[in-house]
Design a protein around this ligand. Sequence first.
Ligand code: 8NA
Ligand code: MG
Ligand code: MG
Ligand code: MG
Length: 312
Amino acid sequence: TPSPASTKARGLLLGAAVGDALGAPFEGRHSVDGAQLVRQERSAEALRYTDDTALTLVLARHLAERRGMVAVDEDTLAGQLAREWRREPWRGYGAGSREVFERVLAGTPWAEASKVSFAGHGSYGNGAAMRVAPIALVSAGPTHAAELARKSAVVTHAHRHGQEGAALQACAAFLALSSDPASPLNREAFLGRLGHTIEHTEWQSRLDQVRRLIGTSSPTFAASQLGNDATAVASVPLAVLAFLQYPDRPAEAIRYAIRAGGDTDTIASMAGALTAARTGAQAIPPEWLARLESASDIGDLADTLATRTPSS
Ligand code: 8NA
Ligand code: MG
Ligand code: MG
Ligand code: MG
Protein backbone atom coordinates (compact mmCIF):
# COMPACT_ATOMS: atom_id res chain seq x y z
CA THR A 1 0.00 0.00 0.00
CA PRO A 2 1.24 3.51 -0.85
CA SER A 3 2.27 5.81 2.04
CA PRO A 4 -0.09 8.67 3.00
CA ALA A 5 2.47 11.14 1.57
CA SER A 6 2.47 9.28 -1.72
CA THR A 7 -1.34 9.13 -1.87
CA LYS A 8 -1.55 12.88 -1.31
CA ALA A 9 1.20 13.66 -3.83
CA ARG A 10 -0.66 11.49 -6.35
CA GLY A 11 -3.84 13.39 -5.51
CA LEU A 12 -2.14 16.72 -6.13
CA LEU A 13 -0.75 15.82 -9.56
CA LEU A 14 -3.61 13.61 -10.76
CA GLY A 15 -6.20 16.09 -9.46
CA ALA A 16 -4.51 18.83 -11.48
CA ALA A 17 -4.40 16.68 -14.62
CA VAL A 18 -7.95 15.34 -14.44
CA GLY A 19 -9.41 18.79 -13.72
CA ASP A 20 -7.55 20.18 -16.72
CA ALA A 21 -8.63 17.35 -19.02
CA LEU A 22 -12.28 17.41 -17.96
CA GLY A 23 -12.46 21.20 -18.20
CA ALA A 24 -10.62 21.58 -21.49
CA PRO A 25 -13.56 21.05 -23.90
CA PHE A 26 -15.43 23.90 -22.19
CA GLU A 27 -12.65 26.51 -22.08
CA GLY A 28 -13.98 29.96 -22.99
CA ARG A 29 -17.70 29.10 -22.57
CA HIS A 30 -19.76 31.65 -20.67
CA SER A 31 -21.15 28.86 -18.51
CA VAL A 32 -21.50 25.08 -18.66
CA ASP A 33 -24.80 23.34 -17.99
CA GLY A 34 -25.08 20.16 -15.97
CA ALA A 35 -26.16 18.01 -18.91
CA GLN A 36 -23.10 18.91 -21.00
CA LEU A 37 -20.85 18.10 -18.10
CA VAL A 38 -22.56 14.78 -17.42
CA ARG A 39 -22.10 13.82 -21.08
CA GLN A 40 -18.39 14.62 -20.86
CA GLU A 41 -18.07 12.68 -17.58
CA ARG A 42 -19.81 9.59 -18.94
CA SER A 43 -18.02 9.47 -22.26
CA ALA A 44 -15.55 6.63 -22.75
CA GLU A 45 -13.14 8.83 -24.66
CA ALA A 46 -9.60 9.39 -23.40
CA LEU A 47 -9.19 12.48 -21.20
CA ARG A 48 -6.53 14.60 -22.87
CA TYR A 49 -4.71 17.19 -20.83
CA THR A 50 -3.56 20.62 -22.06
CA ASP A 51 -0.76 23.15 -21.41
CA ASP A 52 -1.71 23.34 -17.73
CA THR A 53 -0.74 19.73 -17.05
CA ALA A 54 2.11 19.64 -19.58
CA LEU A 55 3.88 22.47 -17.72
CA THR A 56 2.90 21.16 -14.27
CA LEU A 57 4.73 17.95 -15.19
CA VAL A 58 7.76 19.94 -16.38
CA LEU A 59 7.95 21.71 -13.03
CA ALA A 60 7.40 18.42 -11.16
CA ARG A 61 10.27 16.76 -13.05
CA HIS A 62 12.43 19.85 -12.48
CA LEU A 63 11.88 19.55 -8.72
CA ALA A 64 12.50 15.79 -8.76
CA GLU A 65 15.78 16.19 -10.63
CA ARG A 66 17.04 18.84 -8.22
CA ARG A 67 17.07 16.60 -5.14
CA GLY A 68 19.75 17.92 -2.78
CA MET A 69 20.09 21.20 -4.71
CA VAL A 70 18.31 24.55 -4.61
CA ALA A 71 14.73 23.51 -5.50
CA VAL A 72 14.13 25.95 -8.36
CA ASP A 73 16.78 27.00 -10.85
CA GLU A 74 15.30 29.71 -13.06
CA ASP A 75 17.67 29.32 -16.01
CA THR A 76 17.17 25.56 -16.19
CA LEU A 77 13.40 25.81 -15.69
CA ALA A 78 12.95 28.45 -18.40
CA GLY A 79 14.63 26.17 -20.96
CA GLN A 80 12.66 23.11 -19.85
CA LEU A 81 9.31 24.91 -20.11
CA ALA A 82 10.15 26.34 -23.52
CA ARG A 83 11.28 22.95 -24.88
CA GLU A 84 8.06 21.32 -23.68
CA TRP A 85 6.07 23.94 -25.62
CA ARG A 86 8.19 23.26 -28.73
CA ARG A 87 7.71 19.47 -28.32
CA GLU A 88 3.89 19.69 -28.21
CA PRO A 89 2.83 23.21 -29.21
CA TRP A 90 -0.76 22.05 -29.86
CA ARG A 91 -1.65 21.68 -26.18
CA GLY A 92 -3.44 25.06 -26.05
CA TYR A 93 -0.91 27.58 -24.79
CA GLY A 94 -1.65 31.24 -23.99
CA ALA A 95 -0.33 33.83 -26.45
CA GLY A 96 1.91 35.56 -23.90
CA SER A 97 3.59 32.32 -22.87
CA ARG A 98 4.17 31.28 -26.49
CA GLU A 99 5.92 34.58 -27.12
CA VAL A 100 8.22 34.12 -24.12
CA PHE A 101 9.07 30.53 -25.09
CA GLU A 102 9.90 31.52 -28.66
CA ARG A 103 12.35 34.13 -27.42
CA VAL A 104 13.93 31.83 -24.83
CA LEU A 105 14.48 29.17 -27.51
CA ALA A 106 16.06 31.82 -29.73
CA GLY A 107 18.60 32.54 -26.97
CA THR A 108 17.12 35.58 -25.20
CA PRO A 109 17.62 35.31 -21.40
CA TRP A 110 14.29 34.63 -19.61
CA ALA A 111 14.62 37.86 -17.59
CA GLU A 112 14.44 39.81 -20.83
CA ALA A 113 12.10 37.50 -22.76
CA SER A 114 9.43 37.58 -20.03
CA LYS A 115 9.26 41.38 -20.08
CA VAL A 116 8.55 41.72 -23.78
CA SER A 117 4.95 40.49 -23.78
CA PHE A 118 1.97 42.82 -23.37
CA ALA A 119 3.76 45.99 -24.44
CA GLY A 120 6.56 45.53 -21.94
CA HIS A 121 4.29 44.98 -18.89
CA GLY A 122 4.90 41.25 -18.77
CA SER A 123 2.13 38.68 -18.38
CA TYR A 124 -0.34 38.62 -15.52
CA GLY A 125 -1.95 35.50 -16.98
CA ASN A 126 -2.61 32.43 -14.84
CA GLY A 127 0.07 30.38 -16.64
CA ALA A 128 2.48 30.42 -13.69
CA ALA A 129 -0.28 29.56 -11.19
CA MET A 130 -1.67 26.73 -13.33
CA ARG A 131 1.66 24.82 -13.22
CA VAL A 132 2.77 25.59 -9.66
CA ALA A 133 1.11 22.95 -7.45
CA PRO A 134 4.14 20.55 -7.31
CA ILE A 135 6.07 23.28 -5.45
CA ALA A 136 3.98 22.34 -2.40
CA LEU A 137 5.59 18.87 -2.40
CA VAL A 138 9.09 20.27 -1.74
CA SER A 139 8.22 23.22 0.53
CA ALA A 140 8.90 23.46 4.26
CA GLY A 141 5.95 25.75 4.97
CA PRO A 142 3.44 28.13 3.36
CA THR A 143 5.86 31.07 3.20
CA HIS A 144 8.53 28.87 1.64
CA ALA A 145 5.96 27.58 -0.88
CA ALA A 146 5.09 31.16 -1.86
CA GLU A 147 8.79 32.07 -2.23
CA LEU A 148 9.58 29.07 -4.42
CA ALA A 149 6.41 29.73 -6.43
CA ARG A 150 7.49 33.28 -7.23
CA LYS A 151 10.89 31.96 -8.35
CA SER A 152 9.19 29.46 -10.65
CA ALA A 153 6.77 32.08 -11.98
CA VAL A 154 9.15 34.89 -12.84
CA VAL A 155 10.71 33.01 -15.76
CA THR A 156 7.56 33.55 -17.83
CA HIS A 157 5.41 36.03 -15.88
CA ALA A 158 7.21 39.33 -15.32
CA HIS A 159 4.09 41.07 -13.99
CA ARG A 160 3.67 41.03 -10.21
CA HIS A 161 0.11 39.63 -10.44
CA GLY A 162 1.24 36.63 -12.48
CA GLN A 163 3.73 35.84 -9.72
CA GLU A 164 1.35 36.47 -6.80
CA GLY A 165 -1.22 34.16 -8.38
CA ALA A 166 1.37 31.40 -8.38
CA ALA A 167 2.34 32.20 -4.79
CA LEU A 168 -1.30 31.99 -3.69
CA GLN A 169 -1.95 28.67 -5.44
CA ALA A 170 1.30 27.14 -4.11
CA CYS A 171 0.54 28.30 -0.59
CA ALA A 172 -3.00 26.90 -0.83
CA ALA A 173 -1.61 23.62 -2.19
CA PHE A 174 0.85 23.39 0.70
CA LEU A 175 -1.92 23.94 3.25
CA ALA A 176 -4.22 21.45 1.52
CA LEU A 177 -1.44 18.87 1.37
CA SER A 178 -0.61 19.26 5.04
CA SER A 179 -4.25 19.29 6.21
CA ASP A 180 -5.60 16.16 7.90
CA PRO A 181 -8.48 14.77 5.81
CA ALA A 182 -9.79 12.95 8.88
CA SER A 183 -10.86 16.23 10.50
CA PRO A 184 -13.02 18.94 8.90
CA LEU A 185 -11.07 21.71 7.16
CA ASN A 186 -10.94 24.93 9.17
CA ARG A 187 -11.79 27.33 6.33
CA GLU A 188 -11.22 30.48 8.38
CA ALA A 189 -7.76 29.35 9.46
CA PHE A 190 -6.96 28.32 5.88
CA LEU A 191 -7.93 31.73 4.48
CA GLY A 192 -6.21 33.50 7.35
CA ARG A 193 -2.98 31.69 6.58
CA LEU A 194 -3.26 32.54 2.86
CA GLY A 195 -3.87 36.21 3.71
CA HIS A 196 -0.86 36.19 6.00
CA THR A 197 1.41 34.90 3.21
CA ILE A 198 0.08 36.94 0.27
CA GLU A 199 0.26 40.52 1.43
CA HIS A 200 -0.57 42.48 -1.73
CA THR A 201 -3.77 44.49 -1.10
CA GLU A 202 -5.46 43.49 -4.39
CA TRP A 203 -5.09 39.84 -3.39
CA GLN A 204 -6.21 40.52 0.19
CA SER A 205 -9.49 41.91 -1.10
CA ARG A 206 -9.96 38.88 -3.39
CA LEU A 207 -9.49 36.60 -0.38
CA ASP A 208 -12.07 38.63 1.56
CA GLN A 209 -14.50 38.12 -1.33
CA VAL A 210 -13.79 34.38 -1.30
CA ARG A 211 -14.57 34.29 2.44
CA ARG A 212 -17.93 35.99 1.83
CA LEU A 213 -18.79 33.62 -1.03
CA ILE A 214 -18.29 30.37 0.90
CA GLY A 215 -21.60 28.57 0.81
CA THR A 216 -22.66 30.22 -2.46
CA SER A 217 -24.06 27.30 -4.37
CA SER A 218 -24.14 29.01 -7.77
CA PRO A 219 -20.77 28.77 -9.53
CA THR A 220 -21.85 31.33 -12.13
CA PHE A 221 -22.65 33.84 -9.40
CA ALA A 222 -19.25 33.17 -7.82
CA ALA A 223 -17.64 33.72 -11.25
CA SER A 224 -19.51 37.01 -11.70
CA GLN A 225 -17.97 38.21 -8.43
CA LEU A 226 -14.46 36.74 -8.62
CA GLY A 227 -13.92 36.48 -12.37
CA ASN A 228 -13.12 33.34 -14.36
CA ASP A 229 -10.75 34.43 -17.11
CA ALA A 230 -7.14 33.56 -17.97
CA THR A 231 -5.62 36.28 -15.77
CA ALA A 232 -4.25 35.24 -12.40
CA VAL A 233 -6.33 37.65 -10.27
CA ALA A 234 -9.55 36.55 -11.99
CA SER A 235 -8.99 32.78 -11.72
CA VAL A 236 -6.90 31.64 -8.74
CA PRO A 237 -9.42 33.01 -6.17
CA LEU A 238 -12.25 31.06 -7.87
CA ALA A 239 -10.16 27.87 -7.71
CA VAL A 240 -9.56 28.44 -4.01
CA LEU A 241 -13.31 28.98 -3.53
CA ALA A 242 -14.11 25.72 -5.38
CA PHE A 243 -11.76 23.93 -2.99
CA LEU A 244 -13.29 25.59 0.07
CA GLN A 245 -16.81 24.63 -1.10
CA TYR A 246 -15.85 20.96 -1.44
CA PRO A 247 -12.56 20.34 0.40
CA ASP A 248 -13.29 16.63 0.77
CA ARG A 249 -14.79 15.89 -2.66
CA PRO A 250 -12.45 16.43 -5.62
CA ALA A 251 -15.14 15.57 -8.17
CA GLU A 252 -17.51 18.22 -6.77
CA ALA A 253 -14.78 20.89 -6.60
CA ILE A 254 -13.86 20.15 -10.23
CA ARG A 255 -17.53 20.25 -11.34
CA TYR A 256 -18.06 23.57 -9.53
CA ALA A 257 -15.02 25.07 -11.27
CA ILE A 258 -16.13 23.87 -14.71
CA ARG A 259 -19.75 25.00 -14.28
CA ALA A 260 -18.41 28.51 -13.49
CA GLY A 261 -17.35 28.77 -17.16
CA GLY A 262 -14.50 30.87 -18.57
CA ASP A 263 -11.02 29.41 -18.16
CA THR A 264 -12.51 26.06 -17.18
CA ASP A 265 -9.53 23.77 -17.70
CA THR A 266 -7.19 25.97 -15.69
CA ILE A 267 -9.56 26.73 -12.81
CA ALA A 268 -10.67 23.08 -12.57
CA SER A 269 -7.03 21.98 -12.66
CA MET A 270 -6.09 24.28 -9.79
CA ALA A 271 -9.18 23.27 -7.78
CA GLY A 272 -8.54 19.56 -8.48
CA ALA A 273 -4.94 19.84 -7.30
CA LEU A 274 -5.98 21.48 -4.02
CA THR A 275 -8.84 19.12 -3.21
CA ALA A 276 -7.12 15.87 -4.08
CA ALA A 277 -3.92 16.99 -2.31
CA ARG A 278 -6.04 17.05 0.84
CA THR A 279 -8.06 13.87 0.28
CA GLY A 280 -5.50 11.76 -1.58
CA ALA A 281 -5.87 10.29 -5.06
CA GLN A 282 -8.25 7.53 -3.96
CA ALA A 283 -11.02 10.16 -3.67
CA ILE A 284 -10.80 10.99 -7.40
CA PRO A 285 -13.41 8.96 -9.35
CA PRO A 286 -11.48 5.90 -10.60
CA GLU A 287 -13.37 5.98 -13.91
CA TRP A 288 -11.88 9.43 -14.56
CA LEU A 289 -8.36 8.25 -13.81
CA ALA A 290 -8.87 5.21 -16.05
CA ARG A 291 -9.55 7.57 -18.97
CA LEU A 292 -6.75 10.03 -18.15
CA GLU A 293 -3.83 10.26 -20.56
CA SER A 294 -0.49 9.23 -18.94
CA ALA A 295 -2.11 8.60 -15.54
CA SER A 296 0.38 5.90 -14.65
CA ASP A 297 3.44 8.06 -15.41
CA ILE A 298 1.92 10.97 -13.52
CA GLY A 299 1.40 8.70 -10.50
CA ASP A 300 5.01 7.48 -10.70
CA LEU A 301 6.30 11.07 -10.77
CA ALA A 302 4.16 11.87 -7.71
CA ASP A 303 5.69 8.89 -5.85
CA THR A 304 9.18 10.19 -6.65
CA LEU A 305 8.34 13.68 -5.40
CA ALA A 306 6.64 12.36 -2.25
CA THR A 307 10.02 11.20 -0.97
CA ARG A 308 11.73 14.48 -1.80
CA THR A 309 12.57 16.44 1.37
CA PRO A 310 12.21 20.24 1.61
CA SER A 311 15.18 22.30 0.49
CA SER A 312 15.96 25.92 -0.18
P1 8NA B 1 -0.75 34.62 -21.31
O1 8NA B 1 0.51 35.28 -20.85
O2 8NA B 1 -1.16 34.77 -22.72
O3 8NA B 1 -1.92 35.15 -20.36
C1 8NA B 1 -3.26 34.73 -20.53
C2 8NA B 1 -4.17 35.91 -20.90
O4 8NA B 1 -4.18 36.86 -19.86
C3 8NA B 1 -3.73 36.69 -22.12
O5 8NA B 1 -4.13 36.04 -23.30
C4 8NA B 1 -4.40 38.03 -21.90
O6 8NA B 1 -5.75 37.97 -22.25
C5 8NA B 1 -4.31 38.19 -20.40
N1 8NA B 1 -3.12 38.99 -20.00
C6 8NA B 1 -2.01 38.54 -19.36
N2 8NA B 1 -1.14 39.55 -19.13
C7 8NA B 1 -1.71 40.67 -19.61
C8 8NA B 1 -1.29 42.04 -19.65
N3 8NA B 1 -0.11 42.46 -19.14
N4 8NA B 1 -2.12 42.92 -20.24
C9 8NA B 1 -3.30 42.53 -20.76
N5 8NA B 1 -3.75 41.24 -20.74
C10 8NA B 1 -2.97 40.32 -20.17
O7 8NA B 1 -0.60 33.06 -21.07
P2 8NA B 1 -0.58 32.18 -19.75
O8 8NA B 1 0.27 31.02 -19.98
O9 8NA B 1 -0.39 33.02 -18.54
O10 8NA B 1 -2.09 31.72 -19.76
C11 8NA B 1 -2.53 30.50 -19.34
C12 8NA B 1 -3.85 30.24 -19.98
O11 8NA B 1 -3.61 30.00 -21.37
C13 8NA B 1 -4.58 29.06 -19.49
O12 8NA B 1 -5.94 29.29 -19.50
C14 8NA B 1 -4.25 28.01 -20.49
O13 8NA B 1 -5.19 26.97 -20.48
C15 8NA B 1 -4.14 28.78 -21.78
N6 8NA B 1 -5.30 29.04 -22.61
C16 8NA B 1 -6.35 29.86 -22.23
C17 8NA B 1 -7.44 30.10 -23.03
C18 8NA B 1 -8.66 30.92 -22.56
O14 8NA B 1 -8.68 31.49 -21.52
N7 8NA B 1 -9.73 30.98 -23.32
C19 8NA B 1 -7.47 29.55 -24.29
C20 8NA B 1 -6.38 28.78 -24.68
C21 8NA B 1 -5.33 28.57 -23.83
MG1 MG C 1 -5.05 24.73 -20.87
MG1 MG D 1 -7.06 27.46 -19.54
MG1 MG E 1 3.69 2.93 -13.59
